[in-house]
Design a protein around this ligand. Structure first.
Ligand SMILES: [Zn+2]
Length: 187
């Protein structure tokens, strides 16, 4: 069982940082920065970028703004092969990541309000919705890592002596404030 308390000091929670829908770290006010750092380090490792963070990076924000300006106009190829234009970028109103590296391709999360899917950035070049230059520049930045600073801070904190052994139902290898912790998953 996991009480709704700060992951770092177990005080009753007041805040949380989310990465995805109902997925993130609960913290108290004092440890909010730690929660933010650890969530961002996780996103660095797993190739995830939130829209609000992408918008703070020059070249990424230009690419995102260009796509958002073309909401319901850019071209999306459905699995059936049909090309549709009633799609939009999944924005901050949704509690989901907007950019993710899937099958080694940085992809954009889009929705037609009924279905959501990730579309590789390179597909937007095919239909002239983004230029190859814009996609290449954005991909370089995404590969370097929007959250590289937080990832490096977490790595500096890593305590190698804090070794945990594998036990059924216990998740290990979860990095919390530089220490490996165990989490018990209900069966
Ligand atoms: Zn705390």
């Amino acid at each position: 069982m996991r009480p709704a308390s700060c992951e770092y000091c177990q005080q009753p929670d007041t805040r949380y940082v989310t990465i995805d829908h109902l997925f993130g770290i609960i913290s108290c006010d004092a440890h909010y920065d730690w929660a933010l750092r650890d969530c961002r380090a996780y996103m660095h490792l797993n190739g995830i970028v939130l829209l609000r963070d992408a918008k703070k990076v020059d070249i990424l924000s230009a690419l995102i703004e260009e796509l958002i300006a073309k909401n319901t106009l850019f071209h999306i190829k459905r699995t059936s092969g049909v090309i549709e234009t009633d799609w939009s970028v999944v924005d901050e109103a949704y509690d989901y990541p907007s950019l993710q590296k899937l099958d080694d391709k940085w992809s954009v999360h889009v929705t037609n309000t009924k279905v959501r899917k990730f579309v590789p950035l390179e597909e937007f070049i095919l239909y002239g919705d983004l230029s190859a230059e814009a996609v290449n520049a954005a991909t370089d930045i995404l590969d370097k890592g929007v959250y590289i600073d937080e990832y490096e801070k977490q790595m500096l904190l890593a305590v190698e002596a804090n070794h945990v052994t594998e036990v059924a139902c216990v998740g290990t290898g979860i990095m919390t404030n530089g220490s490996l912790v165990r989490i018990l998953s209900p069966r």
